[in-house]
Design a protein around this ligand. Sequence first.
Ligand code: PEP
Ligand code: MN
Length: 336
Amino acid sequence: MIIVMQPDATDVEVAGVVQRLRSLGAEVSVSRDQGRTMVEGSVESLLQAESPWDSFPGVDHVVPQVRGGRRVGREFKSVDTVVTVGSVAIGAGPLVVIAGPCAVESLDQLLAAARAVKEGGAGILRGDAFKPRTSPYTFQGLGKAGLEMLAEARRLTGLPFVAEVLDPREVDLVSSYADMVRIGTRNMSNYPLLREVGRQDKPVLLKRGRGSTVAEWVDAAEYVHNEGNSDIVLVERGIRGFDSSARNTLDITAVPVAKALTHLPVMVDPSHAAGRKDLVAPLARAAVAVGADGVMVDVHPSPETALVDGAQALVPEEFRALMAELQAVARAVGRV
Ligand code: PEP
Ligand code: MN
């Protein structure tokens, strides 16, 4: 069962509930969601007992947990979760655009991209310091120096940034710089890493595994939520299909499916889905039309020199043009 505390419940009141549950033999976990603390106890039979919880200081109400249900599921919470990154709200209605280079290559490259995406209207900067590369002989990212450049780009542009984390041992490092941490497609089922990002307090952008079903993706989000971090945004980025005309097959169906199954915001990455830039705009338009809460787009000041994913990167003018198109689609489907 889940005990939902009043919005203004104090730490002492939360501790009182936790202590009482433990004394009854329950395993207890505490999480926070939209300013409210939830205390979950594993002892179902407690529900049968005459509800002593109402009289507990700070308790708002008790939810009998649906067996087999998930914390990220609609059965747990029917209202949409809004995830705030810096001052940008994802899932609140207005479309959110995350944009920037695939990888941080130098301060000049990053600042040129950051300024361009800011000017184009992006709300969040992307750029990785740790890259998951298929070949061990290709550029792996600048590491900590890349995170420092991202922090500098944030200082100069005001844009919060998201960066990928690859290794449970590097979660604290990435999280100490980034405004949001990203789990990439290759690590969607890396359960120790999911648990680790669930234990830090920055929001988590969780990409769908390239060979994963929507249900497996939702379970991955559950791993994060179970550790206490409920600020999770799902990203559809294409799955491996049989057709090689694009790098991946964008599963547009997954967007409304994931939104119906979970209360989490769902975004789309048309760049990594397509792998080539001529498909980025049409896929991004489809994402907005199908109800995604936002899109994440690769933008590079000179894609021909990019160390990673140059073929799919838009140049600043193309990004500006795309933003205008997305605004038109958003208006057409009643969004901002
Ligand atoms: C990325 O966004 O740079 C990336 C590596 O994406 P994915 O994990 O979806 O391949
Ligand atoms: Mn990439």
